[in-house]
Design a protein around this ligand. Sequence first.
Ligand SMILES: CNc1ncnc2c1ncn2[C@@H]1O[C@H](COP(=O)(O)OP(=O)(O)OP(=O)(O)O)[C@@H](O)[C@H]1O
Length: 175
Amino acid sequence: MSFITSSKLLTLILVLNEKEQKILLGMKKRGFGVGKINGFGGKVEAGETIEEGARRELLEEAEIEAIDMTKVGVNMFTFENDPVGLEVHIYVTKEFKGTPTETEEMKPEWYSYSDIPYSQMWADDKVWIPLLLNNTRFMGHYHFSQDQATVLYEKLNVNIHDDDLLERFSFEQIM
Ligand SMILES: CNc1ncnc2c1ncn2[C@@H]1O[C@H](COP(=O)(O)OP(=O)(O)OP(=O)(O)O)[C@@H](O)[C@H]1O
């Protein structure tokens, strides 16, 4: 596989209010993807599990503590002329403690499922967020142009068995 030589391990957490059909998203105020609206997340640190990393990022970026956390998908993002991919493990939280609060990194806001601001989000989000809302498990690869705006190549597998979402991403799983 010629896309990458290594990958960074990241998380992304989508908080849902199913009763009101709303999703909590945040405008990223700094770093990678600045200005874009996205779920909460970031790099998994040494010594923590992927889920621990996800819980920590949700607390750091939105000041809420996940009660439930379910892994729903894994995406690999690669970029033109960049040998390092991003392996993003995606979780859904439906119950949490605390009140979503603006932090140095993110400005959280609730959006109706029918009014998700895809035009202000990463181009891949509109592909897999509808799957997530529909309770479908997924695994995908998105290869971006250097300007990080265009998806040059995409491959998506759906209805992945929960056990297959536990491990690190392997390209054989979707190729
Ligand atoms: C390319 N298409 C993409 N589509 C959707 N989401 C994407 C994404 N590419 C990256 N993401 C997410 O963007 C955040 C970056 O996090 P990032 O700032 O690098 O991590 P972290 O908070 O650890 O950084 P610092 O502490 O500032 O170093 C992290 O949630 C990650 O899942």
